[in-house]
Design a protein around this ligand. Structure first.
Ligand code: TRP
Length: 351
């Protein structure tokens, strides 16, 4: 059996290169060797934007187009809607009972979001609940591996705790059991691992913050070479001349490592930059811009194909939801059985 993978994105607009480098690139690779499920967290989008349902719906469909453009193959990988997999909501409710409220609120990613989004004390009840929901997203699939960017690791840590606790409480797994043995010993849930790629966090073109739509420092698939050059021009390194030894740990070189395809060329650029060997930031930026443009070209072409075809996107989603429900209903049935909540069998389907 190939290892099972679940990951996803909250619909907040178009995906950008930060998503690609942090997680989507990895997904495109592993879909050939792993059983992959990619979730559109459209319910999570309501935690902070409940008053904008039309936007959320539009953004949800836009992500599917971006996935396809970036190279995800909907035949190999199931792309599906969180809101069409009822087992996820049901497990969320149950898992919420296994977590102390204070434990949920200690999650650094939640705390950070409250700060960055200026939520203050005014966040909805559903806002912290989404962290519990994310554990259900993952565990409903009994996923082994979760490809994510660095910022998501606290959520995966919470997920691992829920899996252990459930297995200990309802499946007779010892609290001494190794994480990797839970499934083998009869636990309903494997204890999943975060799979953070070599570049877990891509800096935005401001050179400071994580690439993010809301900060206006992102590069999109639909950007032209000219757009890309303009955005990179604003990336400040503080270096003045072509002979000044440069710091290859700066944001510009994160881009070099993320996008220049040939590793020999990356090594050469690093060596010359560090030595101040007659190489300007402008040279490096031009090369990075070309590399990004070359990466995006086939994506733009694929994206154009899907641009106006909502029916095709909906077909892909319906197929993904069927595949997702097949596995999640099985998980829910086992979990209910373990927690003595199983009374009948049921079937979920779409017309
Ligand atoms: N919270 C993730 C984000 O905003 C999206 C997400 C929802 C997710 N459920 C998930 C990621 C399950 C990995 C696994 O990017």
């Amino acid at each position: 059996m190939p290892p099972r993978v679940l990951t996803g994105d909250t619909p907040t607009g178009q995906l950008h290169l930060g998503h690609y480098v942090g997680s989507v690139r990895r997904r495109v690779e592993i879909q050939h060797t792993h059983e992959c499920y990619f979730l559109l967290a459209n319910m999570h989008a309501f935690t902070t934007r409940a008053e904008k349902p039309d936007e959320i719906r539009r953004d949800t469909l836009a992500i599917v187009r971006d996935y396809l453009a970036m190279g995800i193959d909907p035949v190999k990988s199931a792309i599906f809607l969180q809101t069409e997999v009822p087992a996820i909501s049901e497990l969320t409710y149950l898992f919420a009972m296994l977590l102390p409220f204070n434990r949920v609120m200690r999650n650094p990613t939640l705390k950070d979001e409250i700060k960055v989004k200026n939520l203050g004390e005014n966040y909805s009840f559903g806002f912290p609940l989404y962290a519990v929901g994310q554990t259900a997203d993952i565990l409903a699939f009994r996923a082994h591996s979760v490809p994510v960017g660095e910022d998501q690791v606290p959520h995966i840590e919470l997920t691992r705790e829920v899996a252990r606790r459930f297995n200990q409480m309802y499946c007779g797994i010892s609290d001494q059991a190794e994480d990797d043995d839970h499934e083998k010993l009869g636990g309903v849930f494997p204890v999943p691992r975060a799979d953070v790629g070599p570049i877990g966090r891509l800096v935005g073109t401001d050179g400071k913050n994580k690439m993010s739509k809301s900060l206006g420092n992102a590069i999109y698939i639909t950007d032209t070479l000219k757009d890309i050059k303009k955005k990179l021009a604003g990336l400040y390194t503080g270096r003045q001349t072509m002979t000044e030894p440069g710091d290859v740990k700066n944001a510009l070189f994160d881009y070099v490592r993320a996008f220049v395809a040939d590793p020999h060329r990356v090594a050469e650029l690093e060596r010359r930059y560090a030595a101040g060997d007659n190489i300007g930031d402008g040279h490096v930026k031009a090369e990075v811009a070309d590399a990004i443009d070359a990466l995006l070209q086939p994506m733009r072409e694929r994206r154009a194909k899907y641009e106006n075809d909502d029916a095709l996107i909906l077909d892909i989603l319906k197929d993904g939801c069927r595949r997702a429900n097949a596995i999640c209903e099985e998980t829910l049935s086992r979990a209910k059985d373990a927690a003595r909540l199983k009374f009948f069998d049921r079937v979920i389907g779409y017309r």
